[in-house]
Write a protein of this length. Structure first.
Length: 183
């Protein structure tokens, strides 16, 4: 009989973990759910739940998409983020919430920004299995060369998710909360 692996109860290999529903809701809160293509704080065309528009999307600023397409884009982006986290952590054992926080990081900043060259301290902490140090390296505050207040909150939330499985929004009440079920 095979022992059930439950990443909410014990650390398991990242290859057996995917982004949780709680993290999907958190992403919707952080990114918002926007059905019209807009430019994000860095100036990139974006739609859905923080999906960076690419040529194969055949979209331009001002175009609209359906909610169903936004969900499909989210699921595709999450699959890419999950694969990137697995490459990043290798054999490191993770809890579900640790995986979720790392997936949020990759989703937010892109896999290239967590590479050894761009994030050597993060990679060093992962290689050593130093979980507290990994949490400290989850802070990314800048977009287009400027500090963004929203990214400060997001980084605090990401660290709380990683360390304590706390998915709650750290912003003062009433500031920018969106749920997938509300969109």
């Amino acid at each position: 009989m095979e022992l059930t692996r439950d990443a909410t109860q014990m650390r398991i290999p990242a290859k057996h973990i995917g982004v949780s529903d709680a993290m999907k809701e958190t992403l919707a809160q952080e990114e918002g759910v926007r059905l019209t293509v807009y430019r994000d704080v860095a100036g990139y065309p974006t739609v859905g739940v923080g999906h960076l528009v690419c040529p194969e999307d055949r979209l331009k600023v001002g175009d609209t998409i359906s909610f169903e397409r936004a969900l499909r884009l989210l699921e595709n982006d999450l699959r890419q983020a999950e694969r990137a986290v697995r490459r990043l952590v290798g054999d490191l054992m993770l809890y579900q919430h640790e995986f979720d926080a790392l997936a949020d990081l990759v989703y937010n900043v892109g896999e290239g920004n967590v590479s050894e060259n761009e994030s050597p301290m993060l990679n060093r902490a992962i290689a050593r299995g130093e979980y507290r140090d990994i949490a400290r390296e989850l802070h990314y505050y800048h977009a287009a060369g400027a500090k963004a207040k929203g990214l400060v909150y997001r980084s605090k939330r990401r660290e709380a998710i990683f360390m304590d499985a706390k998915y709650e929004d750290p912003r003062p009440a009433g500031i920018g909360v969106t749920r997938l079920s509300d969109a």
